[in-house]
Design a protein around this ligand. Structure first.
Ligand SMILES: [Fe+2]
Ligand SMILES: [Fe+2]
Length: 482
């Protein structure tokens, strides 16, 4: 039995949506399951499929205690369908239907729009698993290896979450989309994933931490916006996904933080004062801070592209329809319709970049991107405090949003990290200073040697301050032999 908070494990697919009495959807999911496991085997983590991994599994959607931790072989992970509890009397929070009761079924007029949003979200989830599949062989510790796999199985579950919505609410074309989600793959020249950043390689652990900090954070912002949907099942699905996503943010922020900490400590111990003396710092076997800044520049700019064009009628339509809200829509103090409102957007003009008041409705993407930048800046600030405590004269900075863009207002121009427009020659000349060069990548790669002894860490990264599930430092998070 399901009581909406606790999860039913008696059906083949754990769930809190009463699949036991929804035979049609249960059957559709059961038919999709072997294809999913086949995908996991082909495109999921390379190796380690027999390893026992100390994973959390959701057993409830109660925010106070929703997961249990135990050793699991990844292919046996219980990927389930979990929705946050239905909110009594919930209303559509924005757009022309604002204030009307939230939809429990797909509103016919918005069916295509809704399906597309769900498919795009769904496509990113398995994509990141594919991008990260080679990382296990170079894990800097069992702790990090476990965190990688935790993120991977949860991204897998997020795919299940979107597939459930497609199969339950979109009939035959929903089932077809669910199959397609297993057919595309990251970086595939013929069937790539739908969004650019999800076709980039994640070749090393610094890239992984950058990805979870910057790109998973885009995911978080998109889920925040979709959790404000007037289509209640989508809202409830995304609200629970955000609970899991918090751990992915943690992995990124603390991962980069530990790399920075180790670098600063190694410099201090060796008496190296100049963080820009790259050869000397690298000679200590740690990653110099300017290279970490370049990696941040790259991943930040790639992730900004995921927000789409600043000015977008699609985004306006989705908001106006009540299908996708703004970040924290229900907490915002305006009329939630935005018919006469404006929003300041950075645009090109007069040979530079300036702020223009645009109709707020068409500036929905720009606004979500601004909220994202603000969220990123919080993490940067915490790293800088840490660096300051070690006395190292260095500060990380987010590059300007015009830097290194492929999509939107700044796709057709070159800007330096301060947002100054530059010509092609200046761009070519500056690139090696601003973005990781082949030499930088080769250096990072040279550090990627696995450390699988319990409680030990590769020399380029500091241990975490606390274990997962309060486990002690020596804890064997992954039993590799299984
Ligand atoms: Fe996800
Ligand atoms: Fe994530």
């Amino acid at each position: 039995m399901t009581d909406a908070v606790n999860v039913d494990y008696s059906t083949s697919i754990p769930n809190n949506v009463d699949l036991g009495s929804d035979r049609r959807v249960l059957k559709a999911l059961e038919q999709w399951h072997p294809g999913y496991l086949d995908w996991w085997g082909r495109m999921g983590p390379e190796g380690f499929q027999e390893a026992l991994v100390y994973l959390r599994t959701a057993v409830s959607v109660d925010p106070k205690g929703w997961a249990i931790f135990d050793y699991v072989r990844m292919p046996q992970y219980r990927w389930g369908i979990l929705l946050a509890p239905q909110e009594e009397g919930r209303r559509i929070p924005c757009g022309e239907h604002a204030g009307e009761p939230a939809w429990q079924d797909v509103p016919g007029e918005y069916r295509a729009m809704l399906r597309r949003l769900i498919v795009i979200q769904g496509d990113t989830e398995p994509a990141s698993v594919e991008q990260q599949r080679h990382l296990g062989v170079t894990a800097p510790s069992l702790y990090d290896l476990r965190n990688l796999f935790q993120v991977n199985v949860e991204e897998g579950r997020h795919l299940w979450a979107m597939v459930y919505l497609l199969q339950k609410y979109f009939g035959r074309d929903g089932r077809e989309e669910a199959e397609e989600l297993l057919r595309r793959s990251s970086g595939d020249p013929d069937h790539p994933r739908m969004l650019g950043a999800f076709n980039e390689a994640t070749p090393d652990w610094l890239s992984f931490f950058m990805f979870t900090f910057f790109t998973d954070r885009d995911g978080k912002m998109q889920l925040e916006a979709l959790s404000q949907s007037g289509f209640d099942p989508l809202s409830r699905t995304c609200r629970f996904m955000l609970t899991e996503e918090a751990h992915h943010m943690f992995v990124g922020e603390t991962g980069i933080g530990r790399v920075i900490q180790r670098t600063c400590e190694a410099m201090r111990t060796a008496g190296v004062d100049d963080p820009y003396d790259i050869d000397q710092v690298r000679g200590l076997g740690v990653i110099d801070l300017p290279t970490i800044q370049k990696k941040a520049n790259l991943h930040f700019s790639l992730s900004l592209d995921l927000f789409g064009s600043e000015i977008s009628t699609n985004a306006a339509n989705a908001f106006n329809a009540g299908i996708k809200g703004r970040h924290r829509e229900s907490k915002l103090g305006d009329d939630h319709r935005l018919l006469d409102a404006t929003y300041p957007v950075l645009r090109l003009g007069n040979g530079g970049i300036r702020t223009v008041e645009e109709p707020a409705l068409t500036a929905i993407n720009a606004r979500l991107r601004d909220d994202y930048v603000h969220d990123c800046a919080g993490g940067i600030g915490r790293w800088n405090k840490m660096i300051a405590r070690t006395g190292t004269p260095f500060e990380f900075k987010l590059p300007h949003v015009a830097f290194n863009r492929r999509i939107g207002e700044f796709a057709g121009v070159h800007a330096d990290p301060d947002g100054k427009l530059i010509d092609e020659a200046e761009w070519q000349a500056g690139m090696a200073k601003w973005l990781p060069s082949p030499e930088d990548r080769a250096f990072i790669e040279s550090l990627m040697q696995p450390e699988y002894a319990p409680g030990r860490f590769a020399p380029w990264i500091a241990p975490p301050r606390a274990g997962i599930d309060n486990k002690p430092g020596e804890f064997e998070y992954v039993k590799i032999a299984g």
